[in-house]
Design a protein around this ligand. Structure first.
Ligand SMILES: Cc1cc2nc3c(=O)[nH]c(=O)nc-3n(C[C@H](O)[C@H](O)[C@H](O)COP(=O)(O)OP(=O)(O)OC[C@H]3O[C@@H](n4cnc5c(N)ncnc54)[C@H](O)[C@@H]3O)c2cc1C
Length: 489
């Protein structure tokens, strides 16, 4: 099979990219996706999303034991099938902060400053249509009021790049149903004559010659039949765990690691390094009475705050859930709510590596959660801020008691233990095929894999630094913008 552009992976970025590439009628585009149509009924139902995490539309990955979290292993699912992780995620939508992108550009990534990415966000969002949900849960309004009572300002300007204060966040929900990247970008154009979507076929190897020229990928389908797809340009959109895995399997990665698995080294690059993930935990309250039903499971209001009184950067994001969440090991009655501080600028860095040279094996994932004490200190401050909100008057009619960390735990050693016991991934891994000009970079600012021709990466793995909020918006923008870059080459 032959095409101009081969998009490997049909997730958040891949669907946006394939739509835009196939807008050009003379470009023949193939998208190959390891999963299926993601037709699981819960995909469309926003209130059912927790059920998807362990379903057949998820890659059920786990991390290795994390020293920073009491040697716990963290379940780290990724979406599998059309829409990728946008088909199983929490649907919270943010662009990120102006400073995130300006820092990318400052590091040498020409074309990725806030001013550069803003038009891409606007054009992409015109199709994705993330919105502030009109029907709010009364308890979310209580959360917003409590934040204001705790001294935070109300904002309706999250989209302007200043992430600070409390406000209503947008969600990727349309007409009451999840709007995955597939539903938004590809479903309406899937019949284009120049676009083919190949499902249930996993790329197992990039076809890369000794001189670095790439001619496509080898895939294996559900019946274990092998197929080669030949392409002028191959673009990896397999996400922050699987894009590095595919590069490593193909001999593009740290030479010493590849040699240890008997893989022929094509290009010696730090693929898989620089794994960054957001970490969060729950401050859990028992409610006094049944909580209002509508939008029961959705995060519709968010607070951004700085961990340091003198700092202007909002490095803490606090979400609100109208039930128990991210407080494993604690029991609570049927009425509960959780105030969830997370760190948006973690200092810890981890890695993704191969388990073996067998493409069927899942990658080894080591996010190094809370390796750096700065991250723990940030969470300590996050718990303080969450408690200030939880104890505000607005919650008085709803709050029976704090269950976790619990009223007895307010000294630093106790809180540090709590952090190690309950902190968890926010499911935002990025950075493993870092874009940049430095020795740690895997792709250039125009997304080419160094040392190759005809190979690019366009997904969450290229982020040089993680954005200061949930990562789906940024990943989708990367796919959208990649089309401009590829078509202008
Ligand atoms: C449980 C969960 C909750 C989340 N909640 C939120 C949230 O509320 N808001 C938010 O902004 N972000 C959230 N995120 C994160 C966000 O969804 C991701 O950052 C984003 O979807 C990443 O997009 P991507 O294109 O990089 O990868 P993905 O969307 O994961 O796409 C990768 C695709 O590639 C396919 N693939 C992998 N390997 C191969 C291969 N070898 N061959 C062919 N295809 C392959 C996969 O099946 C998948 O479809 C959440 C993520 C998860 C998992």
């Amino acid at each position: 099979v032959i095409c101009d552009f081969l998009v490997v992976g049909g997730g958040s970025a891949g669907c946006a990219l394939a739509r835009r590439l196939s807008e050009r009628p003379d470009a023949r585009v193939i998208m190959v996706e390891a999963g299926g149509a993601a037709a699981h009924p819960d995909v469309l139902d926003p209130s059912a999303y927790y059920r998807l995490w362990e379903s057949d539309v998820a890659w059920r990955y786990t991390s290795v034991a994390q020293r920073g979290t009491n040697d716990r292993v963290h379940y780290s699912p990724r979406g599998k099938g059309l829409g990728g992780s946008s088909a199983i995620n929490g649907m919270v939508y943010f662009r990120g902060a102006r400073s995130d992108y300006d820092n990318w550009a400052y590091a040498g990534n020409h074309g990725w400053s806030w001013a550069d990415v803003l038009p891409a966000f606007e054009a992409m969002e015109a199709v994705l249509t993330p919105t502030v949900l009109p029907e709010r849960n009364p308890l979310s309004t209580v959360f917003v009021n409590a934040c204001v009572q705790a001294g935070h300002h109300f904002t309706d300007e999250f989209d302007g790049g200043e992430l600070s204060g409390v406000g209503w966040n947008r969600s990727t929900i349309r007409d009451g149903q999840r709007n995955s990247s597939y539903r938004a970008f590809l479903a309406p154009v899937k019949d284009r004559a120049n676009l083919s979507i190949v499902l249930n076929s996993r790329a197992t190897r990039i076809l890369v010659r000794r001189d670095g020229c790439v001619s496509g990928v080898e895939c294996v389908d559900a019946a274990r039949r092998k197929m080669q797809i030949v392409a002028g340009e191959t673009i990896l959109c397999c996400g922050a765990f699987d894009s590095p895995k595919l590069l490593l399997l193909s001999g593009i990665g740290p030479a010493r690691d590849l040699e240890a698995f008997g893989i022929d080294v094509r290009v010696d690059l730090p693929v898989g390094d620089n794994l960054v993930d957001h970490v969060l935990l729950g401050v859990l309250y028992e409610g006094t009475r049944p909580l209002p039903e509508q939008n029961a499971h959705l995060t519709e209001a968010t607070l951004f705050a700085g961990s340091r009184p003198d700092g202007y950067t909002a490095d803490i994001q606090i979400s609100f859930n109208k039930e128990k969440h991210f407080a494993d090991g604690y029991t609570v009655g049927p009425a509960a709510f959780t105030i969830i501080p997370g760190i948006t600028k973690p200092k810890s860095r981890g890695w993704v590596r191969l388990r073996s040279a067998d493409p069927d094996e899942p990658p080894v994932i080591n996010p190094c959660h809370l390796d750096q004490d700065a991250d723990v200190r940030c969470l300590l401050r996050g718990i303080e801020l969450a408690r200030e909100v939880g104890e505000a008057d607005a919650f008085a009619p709803w709050r029976a008691r704090e269950v976790a960390p619990g009223p007895g735990i307010d000294d630093e050693p106790g809180l540090r233990q709590y952090i190690a016991r309950v902190s968890s991934t926010w499911f935002h891994p990025v950075g493993t095929c870092k874009m940049g000009l430095d020795a740690g970079a895997v792709v250039s600012p125009d997304l080419r894999v160094y040392g190759t021709q005809g190979l690019s990466v366009a997904d969450a793995s290229i982020m040089p630094e993680i954005v200061s909020a949930n990562t789906n918006g940024a990943a989708t923008m990367i796919g959208w913008k990649a089309a401009e870059i590829l078509l202008s080459r």
